[in-house]
Design a protein around this ligand. Structure first.
Ligand code: KIV
Length: 253
C-alpha cells in the first residue's frame, strides 16, 4: 500500500476519476482512508459540521492543526490535504508561515486555499517551499459575505471567463489540482478540458476529473447547509438516534 503524493494525484487526470472526502478526526479519517479514497480533506467545513459554527469564517489555525493532527494519525494511503482557514493567507508571509505549520505541526501532505488572482502570489510562494497546493474556485465559503450567501457562481459570461482565466493562472502558479465548487456543469467541463491538472468538482456536475463531498453530508448528519447537489448514501442521524434511544431505555429499565 503506497502512500499517495500530489504528483500521483495529478497523474490520474484522464486515467480515472479522483475520489475525495472530508474527515476531521481519527475514526472518520481511518474509515475514509480504508475505503481507498485518494484524498482525505481536512476541510474548514469542520467549523460547520463539527464545531457548530454557521460558517467557516470563525475556524482558526489552531482548529485546523488540531483536526489535521488527528486525521494524520489515521491516514496511511490517501493524500492528506488541510484547508488554510480564513485570514491565514492574507499576505505572502502569513501564507507561507501557516502552510508550513499545517505540514510540520499538523502532518498535512498538502494545503488548500480559496480564491484566484488575490491569492496567486501566496500560492507561488507556498509552492516554492515545496508544499503542494490545491486551488479552489467558484463558490468560496470563506467569501460568503462578498458573495451574498451559498450561491451558484459563474452564471454570467463575464464570471465564467474570469473563473476560467483564474483557473489557468492558478495552474501556472503551480497548484496540483483545483476544486470547482457550485458552478454550472458546462463551465466545469470547459475548465477541466482547458487545464492539465485535475479538477475536483462539488456541485459542478459529473465532468470534473474527480468529486469531493463533506463526510457528514454523504452519511446523512444534519448540517446548517443542506446543499441540493449532495447525494446521501446513509441516514446515520436516524441510526444513531435509534441506537442512543435503545441504550437510554436499557439503562432506565
Ligand atoms: O471545507 C471543505 O470541506 C471544502 C470542500 C467542500 C471542498 O472546502
Amino acid at each position: 500500500m503506497n502512500k499517495l503524493t500530489a504528483k500521483n494525484i495529478s497523474a490520474l487526470k484522464g486515467k480515472r476519476k479522483i475520489t475525495v472526502l472530508t474527515a476531521y478526526d481519527f475514526p472518520t479519517a481511518q474509515l475514509v482512508d480504508e475505503t481507498g479514497m485518494d484524498i482525505v480533506l481536512v476541510g474548514d467545513s469542520v467549523g460547520m459540521v463539527c464545531l457548530g459554527y454557521e460558517s467557516t469564517l470563525p475556524v482558526t489555525m489552531d482548529d485546523m492543526l488540531h483536526h489535521t493532527r488527528a486525521a494524520k494519525r489515521a491516514v496511511k494511503r490517501a493524500l492528506l490535504v488541510a484547508d488554510m482557514p480564513f485570514g491565514s493567507y492574507r499576505n505572502v508571509g502569513s501564507a507561507v508561515k501557516n502552510a508550513k505549520a499545517l505540514v510540520r505541526e499538523g502532518g498535512a501532505d498538502a494545503v488548500k486555499l480559496e480564491g484566484g488572482r488575490p491569492v496567486l502570489s501566496g500560492v507561488k510562494a507556498i509552492v516554492r517551499t515545496g508544499i503542494p497546493v490545491m486551488g479552489h474556485l467558484g463558490m468560496l465559503p470563506q467569501s460568503i459575505r462578498e458573495l451574498g450567501g451559498y450561491k451558484v457562481q459563474g452564471k454570467t459570461k463575464e464570471e465564467q471567463d474570469r473563473i476560467l482565466d483564474e483557473a489557468v493562472e492558478l495552474e501556472r502558479a503551480g497548484v496540483f489540482s483545483l476544486v470547482l465548487e457550485c458552478i454550472p456543469m458546462s463551465l466545469a467541463k470547459r475548465v477541466t478540458k482547458r487545464l492539465k491538472i485535475p479538477t475536483i468538482g462539488i456541485g459542478a456536475g459529473p465532468d470534473a476529473d474527480g468529486q469531493v463531498l463533506v463526510f457528514h453530508d454523504v452519511l446523512g448528519f444534519e448540517s446548517p447547509v443542506n446543499p441540493r447537489f449532495v447525494r446521501r448514501y446513509a441516514d446515520l442521524s436516524q441510526v444513531i438516534r435509534k441506537a442512543l434511544g435503545q441504550y437510554r431505555n436499557d439503562v432506565l429499565k
